[in-house]
Design a protein around this ligand. Structure first.
Ligand code: AMP
Length: 215
């Protein structure tokens, strides 16, 4: 299977799609948002610096993010990987390209997940996630609600809401994405790496994704 880079607005479903690909094909999932949340939980220097920026829906500086990703890419041992949430700026995309050249990585697709903004907002506002196994639920969806309020169906751990999943932060994140994704899209279009996949229905999206990554 090819590796994949996700470009997607907030709550478009990149976490969900990553989880499905990981379970089915053993992808290494590199989520820069998760890496930063881990730094926050561990109260590291990076975490302390990133916390307020993330809560407000802004972007953490390129240098910090690139150093986190670099370590992960250097330890892949040839396995296919998912980059979830990186690159988010043109500079990050260019730096990623340099890392790929150094590591001889070229077998990948850049998947742009498309989703209407109202649906993404609803997903963000209703999203609750298991801190132990990472399963995501949505309190506004009959299909995606946990069986018991606030408890993970799979491992019975308490579910938490992300501190940046509020309306104000979502709007900032969406606006930031709209502006900063444009040059990244052009960058990967020129390289002939970009594909668009509709992410309204998670199952359909996953099927299309598999075809894209296998062809
Ligand atoms: P995510 O989990 O991908 O929605 O990311 C959550 C937040 O982490 C974002 O809103 C940013 O504040 C920060 N973040 C994650 N990835 C990056 C990145 N590549 N560049 C800058 N900030 C990032």
């Amino acid at each position: 299977m090819r590796s994949v880079i996700f470009i997607a607005p907030p709550a478009a479903g990149k976490g969900t799609q990553s989880k499905l690909l990981k379970e089915e094909y053993g992808y290494i999932h590199i989520s820069t948002g998760d890496l930063l949340r881990e730094e926050i939980n561990n109260n590291t220097e990076i975490g302390i610096k990133a916390k307020d920026i993330m809560n407000a829906g802004g972007l953490v500086d390129d240098e910090t993010i690139i150093s986190l990703v670099k370590v992960k890419l250097e330890n892949l041992n040839g396995k296919p990987f998912i980059l979830d949430g990186f690159p988010r700026t043109l500079n990050q995309a260019k730096e990623l390209d340099k890392m790929f050249n150094e590591l001889n990585i070229d077998d990948y697709k850049v998947v742009y997940l498309t989703v209407p903004v109202e649906l993404a907002l609803q997903r963000a506002l209703g999203r609750i996630t298991c801190t132990k196994c990472g399963t995501s639920y949505n309190i506004y969806s009959e299909k995606l609600k946990p069986m018991v309020d606030g408890i993970c169906d799979k491992c019975q751990t308490a579910l938490v809401k992300r501190t940046d999943d509020n309306e104000e932060s979502f709007k900032n994140r969406f606006e930031t994405f709209t502006v900063s994704s444009k040059p990244i899209v052009e960058f990967y279009e020129e390289k002939n790496k970009l594909v668009y996949i509709d992410s309204i229905e998670s199952d359909k999206c996953h099927e299309t994704m598999k075809e894209t990554l296998n062809d």
